[in-house]
Design a binder for this molecule. Sequence first.
Ligand code: TRP
Ligand code: ZN
Length: 881
Amino acid sequence: MTDHKQRAAVKLSDYTPPAFRVEHIDLYFSLGEEYTRVRSRMRLCRAEGTDPHTPLHLDGEALELEALYLDGQALAIDDYLLTRQGLTIERVPDRFELEVHTLLRPQDNTALSGLYRSGGMFCTQCEAEGFRRITYYPDRPDVLSRFTTTIEADRERYPVLLSNGNAVDRGESEGGRHWVRWDDPWPKPSYLFALVAGDLHCHRDRYRTASGRDVQLAFYVEHANAGRTGHAMESLKRAMRWDEETYGLEYDLDIYMVVAVGDFNMGAMENKGLNIFNTQYVLASPETATDADFEAVEAVIGHEYFHNYTGNRVTCRDWFQLSLKEGLTVFREQQFSEAMGSPAVQRIQQVRLLRSAQFPEDASPMAHPVRPDAYVEINNFYTATVYIKGAEVIRMYHTLLGDGAFRNGVRRYLERFDGQAVTIEDFLQTMAETGGRDLTQFGRWYTQAGTPRLRVRDAFDADAGRYTLRVVQECPPTPGQPAKQPFHIPLAMGLVGRDGQALPLRLAGEPEGQATTRVLELTRSEQAFVFEGLAERPVPSLLRGFSAPVILDYDYSDDDLAFLLTHDSDAFARWEAGQQLAVRVILRRVHGERREEDLDKLRRAFAGVLEHPGLDASLAAEALALPQETYLAQQLEQADPVAIRAAREGVRAELAGALAATWRTVYSRYRPQGPWRLEPAAIAGRRLANLALGYLAATGAAEDDERVERQYHQADNMTDSLAALSLLADRDDAAAQAALDDFHQRWRHVPLVLDKWFRVQAMSRHPGALARVQSLLRHPDFDLHNPNRVRSVIGAFAQGNPAAFHDSSGEGYRLLADHILRLDTLNPQVAARMALPLSKWQRYDLPRQQIMKTELQRIAEAPSLSNDVYEVVSRSLENIA
Ligand code: TRP
Ligand code: ZN
């Protein structure tokens, strides 16, 4: 019996406020190659209203305790209780000083949580519970304290010594060592603590705030990466300006530092005044980074910067409230990206990600509400649901309240709770008050898991000129939640006349209006909306802008979809119509249904997009991309990923052939001329040209194969080079192999680019991809210690290559399970993430389900499994409801 409840779960309902406050903490680090010593001096006091007999408990994990002093008195071994989870002192005064000495071996810390080494430097990762791997401390987000930190290390090896706040003192010490003292004026929870030491290059700049204060900006990278931080620096300045202009929020310290490290479990971390980033989201140069990488750098730089208010100044009471900071900050990041680029393209990409990452999670045994109510390992809850469904929930407040009230609400929330650790309820209350709305029912978005489905049916009464939309909402069962209450759902919609014109919307009983988009509010399981004054039956445009994270079910005809693709005034709805048309055509092929007119419909729809007079190249590239395999799989009760791949590739090849001349014209017209530039028109041109090249690679014509090879060899930038290389990785001829060898030869000393070399092969559509992944895992450049490399091979294969991963032999599953078990002994956080593809077993046919479950079982039964992996595999094996 595998039951995740066998391991202690933390429950939201068990929350109790902290019994002790930490008024101040003074940390001293002595960094060494063999071991590092940490001395912590804390001023503690019993919280008001707490029982005077409550013992003091401090969290601690994987630590060696060297000494402990209470008010200057050394404590003996029987004065306290030491366990694997921490330290308890039974009797303490109401106010006292505690000094704790711990010894660490950062060089052996492969979990990359707490203090560890990356390349030649020391760095920390404390969110969520890494600080307890540095010293004994009440390591919970509702304990805020003032930190001072002194770092002492070898001067030659570690000339740069950084921590949060301002550098207030420095000096030399014996044996070629030196030290720097940092003081952070803002009280913070321990998860925002950071320390970095190394021999680092610094790129400095300045930013003048709206009120005229000068802020120093400093990006620290290893010397080999000098010269690749310009884009991140400019992105930071844009983010600072945007937050001032949009939310009236100004940076609150004199210095903002960012350090890039090559070994990192996630994307980046918002430590107060000292962000630590995965190199992937800082470094960017045209030769090494794609346009998508440049955009991701800007987005993640913005995300971490925005946390300075939403997360740092106002933080979470407990980790169940994680979406309080993450959902809100992802939404702010999305708004920033929309403001910096094309809002419609951004929205399409957000929805694509939600559908490929969050919808499957919501339909799996790992489904959980945006605010979970129990966990074994909090690291497993940094999920697509908490982050991006959480952001969709914030977007719905924005839709329901309107932009002005929304911004006022966020500002009021930040003022009211400044310096506090609060709950999602506090946010909701403030927004309800500011918007003058009752959001009680809306709160169900936080507590009920699962993706609601909207079933829309319509009727037209020609005599009365009346059009009725009937909407039924349902939400499938999820673990522990067999039945759901109706959600409060904003449904943005419009009606399109037969001539393609947007029709004014007049609901029965309302005066004549001019609005052509409206937000209908669904609150009951079934509702009807009656529109009047219509001369003929309109085509409904539903869920404009993707106004809610739901699945829409309306029985459009193929012709309606083609019509909306051309005429809808809403860019998202146009894109969606095209995607749905392609979904149908591909799924008919999966079912062995071959309709002659199908290809013709798609061909005409695609040609229409390209012939549109005001063609926006980047929107066109989105519209002409076929729906992803994972999204196609979701449309089926039980999917066969190999059949889906074959059907999709078949349609791609036919569209390639039918439109070959068009693709060639598009390719040569849109490829930017002259040297590389990072400008919207150039980016859009590369995107559309590379999409065309993708189709051309499927024509089978020698001239097109050569076109791909030529682009690889002539490209002056990574976008074009990688686009060609990934098409070459689908082939296995001599030219393709030569290009892969060339790429490896050229980039083997640049880790982020070498990751791309691994990734394109792990995602290859060639039938031999599985065997190739097996050999990549034995490649001398593969390294289980580095999360980016693990994600580039194992992650890319298991999540990004469904047809190979789900090979009917089951070899893909076995290979994944073997590597999860090995990785778990090094880095449980990353190992648990790699196990997620197996949790989706219900979605596949029975023979595949069987092997997937066998592999989950094999992992679950392995001795000394981490809590992280144990929780994922044991939940995965449970029945949904
Ligand atoms: N708070 C970080 C962010 O979203 C996430 C993060 C970074 C993280 N590193 C982590 C979460 C390690 C858990 C573990 O910006
Ligand atoms: Zn975040």
